[in-house]
Design a protein around this ligand. Structure first.
Ligand SMILES: Cc1cc2nc3c(=O)[nH]c(=O)nc-3n(C[C@H](O)[C@H](O)[C@H](O)COP(=O)(O)OP(=O)(O)OC[C@H]3O[C@@H](n4cnc5c(N)ncnc54)[C@H](O)[C@@H]3O)c2cc1C
Length: 469
């Protein structure tokens, strides 16, 4: 008897489901601050083994949850009590690459960075590049419709998925693509956070590596000036391949250990990258320089070599690791605001953190208005989590009031489920629930996520909420 459910394995599941405490502890967490209590975890290596696990779960009335690398920040991979975790980490083969079509079929457990590392021999890459790309999986990217610094010009994951092989919650296998079916269901599945079934094979679009790249680091004496420069660049018609902002506290924390040459005297800095043909890169970079100087830039440097460029991106993409030097815990938020409201909302974020006596840092995808305020704290301090959650809810409220949205890329999961009514009408939620029920009538696949309680939710009733509520 485990967490109130008896796991009576059929022949094919015997020895396949692991129930030891250490493994369950590990798969009971993700990169959010939540935990869950699964009853078992299995590691299928083929689509058929995923089907076996799903069919077994279904026959036994046990909820199941797909898991990639567990780097999700919204609690999407937190298992509900007594559920079966289906970890895709062993389905990690790149099945084939078609250089002429610039496509690849991959298994869901392939790591994002491994795919581009592998295809670089052909001068190709997979465009979505989350900062977690060294560890997150393509399956997780699909389920969360993930973004990354270079999605500003190339588009997020949904723009790069051509076909999906999915094990539905019924245990059947379906292929979703644009060519062989009447309805193109890729759009419904991408971003469905594991609630519509499990992606077992994914056909991705690959892009040619840009022939020329210019990476600029620009310092400003205020966050306001940096934010205004972001608006000016985009409204001039230039779409950089990446346009990222870091405030002074995170710049200092990163520079101390990466030594990327970031401006330590700046209140905010931008990383602006332009890529393409030589002529357009040099023209675009000149224009960017003129715009940021007009916007009050206090420093402007350009990476002089691939090594310098790599160091800048190392600084940006490992920024979250730098936080450990300051506080043991952090809560990374994700909302989107209109670009012209960036400065105003950032100053409200600072006020909110001050009111709750929390330190805050900002490192984010400024070009698409995707904020990532990071609240830092020591969770051993009594009552600190209440302050963190209050501040988080207020950041969400302020972003929505500014005309923004709940999430830019991390998803809704458990974290934002109860904020859904702040943004969506009952009708919106009801239709989302109907779509969910069309894929999963019994609510057995990753239950209790995304859709708030009371929105006609058909999720499996026998599973009590876990410690994540
Ligand atoms: C330091 C850090 C930086 C980050 N930076 C970014 C960023 O720049 N951009 C961004 O978008 N995100 C970012 N993230 C969030 C996270 O890395 C992404 O959401 C990522 O896509 C999750 O992938 P994963 O393999 O870890 O998925 P998991 O966390 O394991 O799962 C996430 C969700 O996907 C579902 N799922 C996983 N695999 C499958 C599958 N095969 N079929 C169906 N459902 C599945 C799970 O059930 C869950 O709901 C960051 C996270 C961290 C910790």
């Amino acid at each position: 008897m485990i967490f109130g459910l008896t796991f009576e394995y059929s022949k094919e599941m015997s020895g396949v489901v692991h129930t030891n405490t250490a493994e369950l502890f590990l798969v009971g967490q993700d990169a959010s601050n939540m935990t869950g209590n699964p009853a078992g975890v299995c590691y299928p290596t083929t689509t058929e083994e995923v089907q076996d696990a799903v069919r077994w779960a279904r026959a036994n009335g046990v909820a199941f949850i797909a898991r990639g690398a567990g780097t999700g920040l919204a609690g999407g991979a937190i298992p509900t009590e007594g559920s079966l975790v289906i970890s895709l980490t062993k389905m990690n083969r790149i099945r084939n690459i078609d250089i002429h079509r610039r496509t690849a079929w991959v298994e869901p457990g392939v790591l994002n960075a491994d795919l581009s590392r592998h295809t670089s021999q052909f001068g190709l890459h997979f465009a979505p590049d989350p900062s977690s790309q060294q560890s997150c999986t393509i399956g997780g990217n699909v389920a969360n419709n993930s973004g990354g610094p270079h999605c500003l010009s190339e588009g997020v994951t949904s723009a790069h998925i051509l076909s999906l092989e999915v094990v539905l919650p019924s245990g059947e296998v379906c292929v979703f693509d644009s060519e062989n079916s009447l309805f193109d269901l890729r759009g419904a599945f991408i971003g469905s956070e594991g609630m519509f079934g499990i992606a077992t094979a994914i056909e991705v679009r690959l892009l040619q590596n840009p022939p020329h790249v210019s990476t600029m680091v620009v310092g400003f004496s205020s966050v306001h000036a940096g934010a205004m420069a972001v608006s000016s660049i985009i409204s001039s018609g230039i779409i950089p391949s990446a346009l990222e902002m870091m405030d002074a506290p995170i710049t200092r924390a990163v520079e101390e250990y990466v030594h990327a040459g970031f401006p330590l005297d700046a209140a905010a800095m931008l990383i602006v990258e332009i890529d393409g043909l030589e002529h357009s890169v040099s023209h675009g970079s000149r224009e960017v320089k003129e715009i940021v100087m007009r916007s009050g830039a206090t420093s402007f440097t350009v990476a002089q070599s691939p090594v310098e460029r790599a160091l800048i991106w190392k600084g940006r993409k490992t920024a979250f690791g730098a936080i450990a030097r300051i506080q043991p815990n952090y809560y990374l938020h994700d909302t989107v605001v209109p670009r012209k409201k960036l400065a105003e909302v950032l100053s409200r974020v600072t006020q909110i953190a001050d009111e709750e006596r929390l330190q805050v840092m900002n490192v984010f995808h400024a070009g698409d208005g995707n904020l990532h305020p990071i609240l830092m704290f020591d969770k051993r301090i009594d009552g600190v989590m209440d302050r963190v959650h209050r501040a988080g809810a207020e950041i969400v409220r302020v972003s929505l009031e500014a005309g923004g949205v709940l999430s830019g890329e991390h998803g809704i999961g458990l974290e934002k489920r109860d904020f859904m009514r702040w943004m969506f009408s009952e009708n919106d939620l009801m239709f989302q629930q109907k779509l969910r029920s069309a894929f999963d009538p019994d609510g057995i696949s990753n239950p209790h996520k995304v859709l708030p309680r009371g929105s006609g939710c058909a999720d499996i009733a026998s599973i009590p909420p876990g410690s994540w509520v």
